[in-house]
Design a protein around this ligand. Structure first.
Ligand code: GLA
Length: 402
């Protein structure tokens, strides 16, 4: 078996695993020797939109994620079903399509294509069924969770000995090269290399990382999902990536030693304000200030002062709203309401934004009171409830003992 991150899988509801397994058997009649894997989702606490700008990020995996059940097939086909999304997809592994299908199947398909570049030809076919307890499209990285989970499962049934970092690379290439999102490196790293009760400090330019302890006795991670889903999210995300690229091209001549936008100084930004114009100026201002906030937050954690991290999260949200323009009224309402709760250290939108969820750092014991106040305030404005849940900083992928 390939190396899997250490985890007991204790937090995973047994009933849910049994359900996904039963659905696998029902939707893939005749499936034999099924195996099941778990890959977590993630929240990013700091370093918003810094990964593709070469800055450092501070995400954590959560104890919710994707359950992937897989069984081998003799006919060389890749067959995909899901409890969370509709449709059944079938492909011949010897002739995988080069074009994406535009459906959720593109993620596992992208993984199969990326993994085939490691092995040449598929040793055998595979039936996959996906389930789990991670909301899709909420900014909790359901895509990296599916990709990393698929990569672990496929490698297992194909008998490949891959290290956790190989799965991270496979997931990244599937999303970038096949699905076509110009995502940064944060999500598959956060999912694939997670350690329980830790955040991941990841320096994205030279890809160095370190696990930073999170005091789980004292702190809870609370996530409030607005339920807002924007189809345009991927294209707006790509637009931000391109805007940052353009801004860097304009700024670089003024500071030639900078290798990426995250390394540009506030002074350079000031000198080039006119050349950048208002939109690129706002995007660059967010990125450059977020670099400082993220470093301050990490230092606060190191000194056992979560209130420092909390403060930086609140400032990050204000910047994501005003300068990066990736928030929405629903997310803003939750952050405002949390700002009035004494048990909340801080919070911000998580993931790319444009809807999705907010993440809050809450004093242990205060979760229920905070949830009630967030729901009340959200309901007063939008006449419906957000979905609020408490998460632990969880470990990385593992095989579930069946
Ligand atoms: C999305 C991307 C990540 C990162 C965040 C913003 O989640 O997948 O790579 O850029 O947005 O921080």
């Amino acid at each position: 078996m390939q190396q899997l991150a250490e985890s007991s899988g204790e937090g995973l509801p047994g009933g849910l695993v049994a359900e996904v397994l039963a659905e696998h058997c029902e939707r893939h009649p005749g499936a034999s020797a099924p195996r099941a894997f778990f890959a977590p989702g993630r929240v990013n606490l700091m370093g918003a939109h810094l990964d593709y700008n070469g800055g450092a990020v501070l995400p954590a995996a959560i104890d919710r994620g994707t359950i992937v059940v897989v069984s081998p097939r003799k006919d060389g086909l890749l067959r995909l079903t899901s409890s969370l999304e509709g449709g059944e997809h079938e492909f011949d592994l010897a002739r995988l399509p080069a074009e994406r299908t535009g459906t959720w199947a593109d993620y596992p398909l992208g993984i199969a294509r990326a993994m085939l570049s490691y092995v040449g030809a598929a040793p055998e076919g595979a039936s996959f069924h996906f389930g789990g307890n991670l909301p899709i499209g909420a900014g909790l990285s359901s895509s990296a969770s599916i990709c990393v989970g698929t990569s672990h499962s496929l490698a297992s049934i194909w008998g490949l000995e891959l290290a956790p970092i190989d799965h991270v690379h496979i997931a990244l290439s599937a999303e970038r090269e096949f699905v076509g999102v110009q995502c940064g490196i944060m999500d598959p790293y956060a999912v694939g290399l997670a350690r329980e009760n830790h955040l991941l400090w990841l320096e994205c330019r030279d890809v160095r990382y370190e696990h930073v302890p999170l005091d789980s006795e004292r702190l809870s991670i609370l996530v409030a999902d607005t339920g807002v889903r924007r189809d345009l999210a991927a294209s707006e995300f790509n637009q931000r990536v391109n805007e940052c690229r353009e801004a860097f091209e304009i700024l670089r001549p003024e500071q030639p030693e900078a290798a990426c936008l995250a390394e540009i100084s506030m002074d350079t930004l000031g000198v080039c304000a006119e050349a950048l114009g208002p939109v690129l100026g706002r995007r660059a201002a967010h990125v450059i200030a977020e670099v400082g906030r993220t470093a301050t937050a990490r230092e606060g954690l190191r000194r056992g002062r979560p209130e420092v991290l909390g403060e930086q999260m609140m400032e990050a949200h204000a910047s994501l709203r005003g300068l990066y323009e990736v928030s929405c009224p629903e997310l803003d309402r939750l952050v405002e309401a949390a700002g009035r709760c004494s048990e909340v250290f801080g919070g911000r939108l998580t993931g790319a934004g444009f809807g999705g969820a907010c993440v809050f750092l809450v004093e242990r014991g205060g979760e229920e009171a905070v949830s009630a106040r967030l729901i009340e305030s959200f309901r007063a404005s939008f006449d419906r409830d957000p979905k609020v849940a408490v998460f632990k900083a969880g470990g990385g992928p593992f095989e579930i003992a069946l």
